[in-house]
Design a binder for this molecule. Structure first.
Ligand code: PHE
Length: 477
């Protein structure tokens, strides 16, 4: 294992002996972090809440116009500074080779990103706990032909789970412990090995299920719902939600990709890496829609974070080999959730190691304790905290919305500003140069335009439209 960095900005070893073993290993880890639960769990319910095709259209546009450039920016900052987000931004202010120096108009993106990581990982752990629960239900034969389950049982299982805060907290804690055990083992032994066998199986199983879902009756309606853009169905806050979801699904705005980039070998061509991860993630979102919508459109209560858990078991129940496919599918879904959580935790742990100068083990313990404490709040959302709601939204939904729709875009804006105003243009240009591609110069110009103009303008517009929507609602009664 090659030590890429021997001393930190603070004058002591950085413990950054980590580096991806292969480029392919990095792709798989980045893709599995991006896949996570975002495509299968979050994309279908956010799309349903925002009226379908027009939202998908917006989401794809935002992903290409600002998600991809910011992803490239994050990977680049990580690769150039060899640090996690907090220390990376400090270095961007001070390292003469990389930095334009401290410029007014930038604010520190690192701490904001680290706080966002903590918020996201804690409610993500609760949803991952739901996946674990459904996995066990399948494994014990409570769904599918073995359990002779009716549609009612799916709803009942969900309701019992929602009302049992203790169980949700317990499952979330188990999830946090599993993720941290992998993180404690470092990059190659943990994250990379893990992703290299999980991702292909997951993609294969999804393909099998999509075929089944598409033959289940509501295909035409589902395709129309997902791909026909009826812009009259968009709300004022749809743009902000699309931006938030793009950040969430591509794992950007939290410094995770800065951390992943910091383990890249110096010969890796960052723009190509960013492009591949983005395109694959979008394709998988579209496929996830084809899997969930044909079933979910026929359900009466079809919105909210429970959507996936209501629809998928119904599809699996009808399958001949439903038990086997169900168990395998939830295993893969869980592994996806785990991969994403590992990325989030790795990012937090790297920050703690660098900022508080702790060793990896202590940093892992500290992160675990804080994350478990944070997870208690969303875990109790459907039980002790069920009386707390804003505009009909539960604590978990409010948490999701604050972290994803507000904090992530703000942090993304801070990333854009840092790249624009602090990163030396010569350092960034060098990352675009590749011997096998003559068009790299024009790519650089496009990337810079997107980071300097499109990103900040679109993110600002998203916030503005949401505020206008609020005002109209308040004054319109
Ligand atoms: N991208 C992950 C998903 O789609 C979630 C995530 C967000 C992971 C941010 C890491 C960082 O589920």
């Amino acid at each position: 294992m090659s030590g890429q960095e021997s001393t930190s900005t603070f004058g002591r070893p950085l413990l950054r002996q980590n580096v991806w073993a292969t480029r392919f290993g990095f792709y798989l880890a980045a893709i599995s972090s991006a896949l996570g639960l975002g495509n299968l769990w979050r994309f279908p319910f956010v799309t349903t809440e925002n009226g379908g095709g027009a939202f998908v259209f917006l989401y794809f546009g935002v992903a290409i116009a600002i998600g991809l450039p910011i992803l490239i920016g994050e990977l680049m900052i990580g690769k150039l500074t060899r640090r996690g987000a907090v220390a990376a931004f400090r270095r961007l202010e001070s390292d003469e080779d990389l930095s334009e120096g401290h410029r007014p108009g930038t604010f520190r993106a690192g701490p904001l990103a680290a706080f966002g990581c903590l918020l996201i990982v804690s409610y993500y752990a609760v949803v991952s706990g739901w996946v674990l629960h459904f996995l066990m239900q399948f494994a014990f034969g409570n769904f599918g032909p073995l359990g002779q389950a009716s549609g009612h049982d799916v709803d009942l299982t969900l309701r019992l789970l929602q009302e049992n805060g203790g169980m949700q907290f317990g499952l979330a804690s188990v999830h946090i412990v599993i993720a941290l055990v992998v993180v404690a083992r470092g990059v190659q032994g943990g994250i990379e090995r893990w992703a290299s066998w999980m991702t292909p199986i997951f993609v294969l199983l999804m393909a099998v299920l999509v075929m089944k879902s598409l033959s289940s009756g509501q295909t035409v309606e589902a395709l129309r719902f997902q791909f026909y853009p009826d812009f009259s169905r968009l709300n004022w806050n749809a743009l902000q939600q699309a931006i938030g979801h793009v950040f969430f699904t591509l794992s950007i705005g939290l410094g995770t990709m800065v951390t992943f980039g910091s383990y890249l070998k110096s010969e890796t061509h960052i723009p190509s890496a960013g492009f591949r991860v983005t395109v694959l993630d979008l394709v998988i979102s579209a496929v996830a829609g084809l899997l969930v919508f044909p079933v979910s459109l026929g359900l009466s209560a079809s919105g909210g974070p429970e959507l996936l858990f209501r629809s998928l078991p119904r599809l699996l129940q009808d399958l001949q080999s439903g038990w086997f496919v169900g168990v395998s599918f939830f295993v893969c879904l869980y592994l996806g959730a785990l991969a994403a959580s590992i990325g989030l935790f790795e990012s937090l742990v790297a920050n703690i190691i660098e900022v508080f100068r702790l060793d990896r083990d202590r940093a892992v313990w500290l992160t675990g304790l804080v994350a478990v404490a944070f997870a208690a709040v969303p875990a109790l959302s459907g039980s002790s905290l069920s009386h707390v709601s804003v505009a009909g939204r539960s604590v978990l939904e409010i948490w999701d919305s604050l972290a994803v729709n507000w904090l992530l875009p703000m942090s993304g804006l801070a990333f854009c500003l840092a790249v624009t105003r602090q990163l030396k243009a010569s350092a960034a240009t060098a990352e675009f140069q590749s011997d096998d591609s003559p068009i790299t110069q024009s790519l650089y110009a496009h990337w810079r335009f997107a980071i300097v103009w499109i990103g900040p303008i679109v993110i600002g517009l998203g916030f503005l439209l949401t505020l206008i929507g609020w005002l109209l609602k308040s004054f319109g009664g």
